[in-house]
Design a protein around this ligand. Structure first.
Ligand SMILES: Cc1cc2nc3c(=O)[nH]c(=O)nc-3n(C[C@H](O)[C@H](O)[C@H](O)COP(=O)(O)OP(=O)(O)OC[C@H]3O[C@@H](n4cnc5c(N)ncnc54)[C@H](O)[C@@H]3O)c2cc1C
Length: 473
């Protein structure tokens, strides 16, 4: 019997599991996919928003500002890359500049520090690749960037190193009250019992809430498509560059990622389902906007495109409240959910610790070593690590210089990579120019050996996403 079952291993579930590990509570995370960070936490802009965008008094505004203030420390503890690169919202005429002034006022009310309006010359001095047509910009010094899936994986790993358990491929399809606990069942017949359930199921959060009775919120899908440029474009822009926000969202951005790529997007398209396919019209939309924001966009360096889907609630705010005697809903966590995740995790964990009169876990270790990231080491550090373990001297992914040593770490550390994408998200193998054309066979073989699989049992990202199908070898 578990004290707490968290449904969903996105950034909200993972950061909540980590915060709960600070207490003497037996926690399990149940994730429908074959890995954590499978939903919105995998495919988003990775921006640590300053907090001037959300409406005053909303949960979004509150947790954005709190999460922004926590992010640097959390990332340091978890060995995750974070950069305080600041953000700029561009205005191209006086009317848009008025919108910037409204954002400054809203930001001040939300508690955002250091907001300033810059004139054209100041903007171009900071960011020479911004369009010369720019009129003014809102400068937010507390804006930052983080790798969203690395944060989720590291938070889950840290929670597991401190005692939490993770079951993947466990889609919760039924919840049955049994005395002082709830029995949560997966479609394949597995089940767990827990005294209390935290619903962090993102796109599935309405369905999970409905397993406990009628939900008092609905969840809807809004897709965002992106174009990703190679890390050879590092430095093209230093800050995150936004257009002025509209009702549909924070607008299109051009931003560096923590790995030195340049990211352009997202679109904002209402959808019936949470499907992540990308559309030609999506590219036309974001490229049209990005070309007005920036000059000399290095689009020849495009390496891939992808989409993420926002799961927003009909309240247009986060749902963070009890949904019954044994249920807490953390639902409809759209942007700025990534930024807010450390603060939301802390808030939920404190509430639950209080409810269960849980003792502090004096053995809790907040720190987690990052993967070795060979590419980023100095020559001396490279020589040292190879001398200690020759597997770091064997390059598997040539584009991103990922070594066998790093892939071994991904296969063996909590939460262990079980798929090709699992290795990619932990090590960047396959994320470079050739998009795994070269290194995928080697990764496939390593997964076969690690898990005793046949070649046609290895998947890209679980379920039936087999890499090799048909025929015998
Ligand atoms: C296009 C886009 C851009 C964004 N940009 C930003 C940004 O720059 N900054 C920012 O702060 N935020 C951003 N966000 C928002 C941020 O990504 C989300 O708020 C955050 O990832 C939500 O995390 P989550 O854990 O609630 O959901 P998810 O990451 O979706 O995780 C939910 C998990 O629950 C699992 N699940 C679902 N149903 C079940 C079930 N029945 N049983 C078990 N598991 C289940 C899913 O498989 C999934 O892994 C963006 C979002 C999108 C889509």
């Amino acid at each position: 019997m578990y004290d707490i079952a968290i449904v969903g291993g996105g950034c909200i579930g993972a950061l909540t599991a980590r915060e709960l590990a600070r207490y003497r509570l037996k926690t399990v995370v149940l994730e429908a996919a074959s890995d954590v960070a499978a939903g919105a936490s995998r495919a988003n802009s990775g921006i640590v928003h300053a907090g001037f965008d959300a409406a005053e008094g909303s949960l979004k505004a509150k947790f954005n500002v709190l999460g922004n203030a926590m992010m640097e420390t959390v990332c340091k503890e978890l060995g995750v890359e974070y950069k305080n690169n600041a953000s700029l919202v561009l205005a191209f005429d006086e009317e848009q500049e008025n919108t910037l002034r409204e954002l400054v006022e809203r930001g001040k009310k939300n508690g955002v520090k250091g907001l300033e309006i810059l004139n054209k010359e100041e903007v171009l001095r900071r960011e020479p690749n911004v369009s010369k047509e720019v009129f003014a910009a809102l400068y937010a010094p507390t804006g930052g960037i983080v790798c969203p899936f690395t944060l989720t994986i590291a938070a889950m790993g840290n929670a597991m190193d401190n005692g939490a358990e993770l079951f993947t491929d466990f889609e919760v399809v039924a919840a049955e009250e049994q005395g002082d606990s709830v029995r949560l069942s997966a479609a394949d017949g597995r089940s767990v019992n827990a005294k209390y359930v935290i619903n962090c199921a993102g796109a599935g959060s309405q369905k999970v809430a409905e397993l406990f009775g009628k939900a008092n919120f609905t969840v809807h899908a809004r897709k965002g498509e992106y174009i990703l440029l190679d890390s050879s474009t590092a430095g093209y822009v230093k800050s995150t560059i936004f257009t002025v926000p509209t009702k549909a969202g924070k607008g299109v951005l051009v931003t560096p990622t923590t790995d030195g790529n340049t990211l352009i997007g997202p679109t904002s398209v209402e959808e019936e389902t949470f499907d992540t396919s990308i559309r030609r019209e999506g590219f036309d939309d974001i490229l049209g906007k990005a070309k007005k924001m920036c000059d000399r966009l290095p689009l020849g360096e495009t390496i891939t495109s992808f989409a993420g889907v926002r799961a927003y609630s009909d309240r247009h705010d986060f749902v963070l409240e009890e949904g019954g005697e044994r249920l807490f809903n953390a639902a409809g966590i759209e942007s700025p959910g990534l930024t807010s995740s450390p603060a939301i995790g802390k808030y939920i964990a404190e509430k639950i610790a209080d409810k269960f009169h849980a003792e502090k876990n004096s053995d809790f270790n907040p720190n987690r070593k990052s993967y070795a990231f060979f590419k980023k080491l100095s020559v001396e550090e490279k020589n040292k690590i190879i001398a200690e373990n020759p597997e770091f001297g064997q390059i598997v992914c040539r584009c991103e210089s990922v070594t066998l040593g790093e892939i071994r770490e991904a296969l063996t550390r909590n939460p262990r990579a079980r798929t090709i994408d699992g290795i990619k998200l932990r090590t960047r193998a396959g994320m470079g120019r050739c998009q795994s054309g070269f290194c995928q066979p080697a990764q496939l073989e390593l997964l076969m050996k690690e898990y005793g699989l046949r070649f046609d049992e290895v998947t890209k990202n679980g379920k039936k996403s087999f890499i090799i199908v048909g025929g015998e070898i």
